[in-house]
Design a protein around this ligand. Structure first.
Ligand code: MSP
Length: 520
């Protein structure tokens, strides 16, 4: 991390056939935490998210709902996908829709360029297509259907029948890039992460790359192929290009040079597109490959990938209406190792809310501030000489700041939060062992009381800065109560242990109030 350098991070763009569930919100929050962290590191952080609006899946949904795909997309974007960003408090810098002219025009330009340079040819393909995935499936991706789909082959992800398609269309010579891709994975082991994802990607490419059918002619909801308007661009080829069209490709060279290449956060189900096809497309166009592709795991419900099509979807607002957006963000980032699957449960969420957020962090903040109000009239005291216990807190503040930053560099978000929590726990232990309420009873120990409260307040300031990317609302409230300088979201995270607050604290409402209602 360094001052002024660029950190461009993206989420996948979401299909607008349906409304978001917590699996989608999970991807959004992870990318947002990273963007906020890098922004607080003095970097030029840029978070892009958006919607994937072309293709058969959206077309069919629109028809089934008696409307046009564009009207359907407009409705879902405004009523569901943009509101999701508010629900989980995403500070995105841009929102791209694949129906935006800036995308359609420049995606077509990219394709024309590939065509002109000989990477596209006409061919024929027959295979099983899953409209849910918008992807041709290999035999190994299919399973026997059950229930109403008994006797049919279904997609292992969607559990819905695949369709046998035979098409004559345009192909991208992906296979020509196999060697170059393997060299990329070899020379840059961080290109695909985590390690398990990297291994999988390497073995796909080693097992042979098929060329990709990149156009469709049986329907017309898509970007027209520039040299043959009877075809539209295959939805994945179109969608991947959002990462560069939003960053200025083809229309704002200065912006593109500043932002590109990006760090892509994606679910593991769409790793092949991002770690194989996408870099091959970029190689063909002579554009730098992404900085990194990180494949996170799935949120599971009842052991299965949460999904609307299987009716296991939980709307993010079901959680945030009760627990708030901070708790949503904290819970999913803390409880699941980023890169692995994780099971969601209301019990686990409630338990962590109560023990970690309300009792661990929230209570610590309220108690310390209440003591400064009570014993020092709200004025943050100046410290006397430090004892070993105080120095230990300062040392932990510095250590966790460095270690958390190092975890974020590896995209180990869960690890960064766990590290910061060491300071929460240590501060709680410090308050218990120093007993400021006891010191307050003895006028001779006044200076000691002031040193302890100063140390605790400074620790809270460090926590506000370090936790701001994860729980921005609570961090901002705490920062305000500590009379922090400027906005906490602007405070340098790599110098979180430095105290830049005061002179007075203000009373603090409970950061994570008690939740009485039963949930689930
Ligand atoms: N439109 C494509 C992405 C194109 S990117 C150029 C797409 N959209 S999606 O809406 O189906 O999924 C978007 C993201 O949500 C994917 O990263 C997917 O992995 C993620 N998730 C969907 N269900 C999920 C869970 N149950 N758990 C975690 N993430 C999940 O794919």
């Amino acid at each position: 991390m360094s001052d002024g350098s660029s950190f461009y991070v993206t989420t996948p763009i979401f299909y607008v056939n349906d409304v978001p569930h917590i699996g989608h919100a999970y991807t959004e929050v992870a990318a947002d935490v990273l963007a906020r962290w890098h922004r607080q590191s003095g970097e030029h952080a840029w978070l892009l998210t958006g919607t994937d609006e072309h293709g058969q899946k959206i077309l069919r949904t629109a028809i089934a709902n008696g409307t046009t795909p564009k009207e359907w997309a407009d409705r879902l974007v405004e009523t569901a996908w943009k509101p999701l960003l508010e629900t989980v408090n995403i500070a995105n810098d841009d929102f791209i829709r694949t129906t935006d002219p800036r995308h359609e025009v420049n995606a077509a330009k990219f394709l024309q360029h590939l065509h002109d340079s000989g990477h596209i040819y006409t061919g024929e393909y027959e295979g099983y297509y899953c409209v849910g995935c918008e992807e041709y499936k290999q035999q190994g991706d299919l399973v026997d259907g059950t229930g109403e789909f008994e006797g049919q082959l279904v997609c292992a992800i969607h559990s819905k029948p695949v369709e046998l398609l035979h098409e004559k269309n345009y192909f991208f010579r992906t296979s020509a890039f196999a060697e170059q891709l393997l060299a990329l994975y070899e020379s840059n082991p961080d290109f695909v992460q985590p390690e398990s994802a990297r291994n999988e990607v390497v073995s796909w490419v080693k097992n042979g790359l098929a060329d990709l059918s990149i156009s469709r002619s049986s329907f017309d909801w898509g970007i027209k192929v520039p040299w043959d308007e009877s075809h539209v661009v295959y939805v994945w080829f179109d969608a991947l290009l959002n990462y560069i069209t939003a960053a200025g490709y083809g229309h704002d060279d200065e912006k593109f040079a500043r932002l590109w290449p990006a760090t892509h956060i994606v679910g593991k189900d769409i790793l092949r597109f991002h770690a194989v096809i996408w870099p091959a497309m970029l190689m063909a166009a002579g554009i730098d490959v992404p900085k990194q592709v990180f494949g996170h795991g799935w949120l599971l419900v009842g052991g299965e990938k949460m999904s609307k099509s299987k009716l296991t979807g939980i709307a993010p607002s079901q959680i945030t209406d009760t627990f708030g957006s901070d708790a949503f963000r904290y819970y999913f980032m803390r409880a699941i190792s980023f890169g692995q699957d994780g099971s969601f449960s209301w019990e686990d969420l409630s338990a962590r809310y109560q023990s970690e957020l309300a009792n661990g962090f929230g209570n610590l903040a309220s108690r310390v501030i209440a003591m400064v109000v009570r014993y020092c009239d709200g004025v943050i005291p100046s410290p006397g000489s430090f004892e070993a216990a105080d120095e230990a807190i300062a040392a932990t503040s510095k250590r966790v700041t460095d270690a958390a930053g190092e975890s974020i560099d590896r995209l180990a978000i869960h690890e960064a939060i766990a590290t910061v929590w060491e300071l929460v726990d240590e501060l709680n232990g410090y308050i218990t062992s120093q007993e400021p309420w006891g010191l307050a009873k003895d006028p001779a120990r006044r200076l000691r009381l002031e040193t302890v409260l100063f140390t605790a307040v400074r620790g809270l300031g460090t926590l506000a800065v370090l936790l701001s990317p994860v729980v921005p609302e609570a961090a901002a409230k705490l920062w305000t109560a500590l009379d922090g300088t400027g906005l906490v979201g602007d405070a340098r995270i790599d110098r979180a242990w430095e105290w830049t607050g005061g002179p007075k604290v203000a009373p603090l409402e409970a950061l994570f109030p008690r939740i009485e209602a039963t949930v689930g």
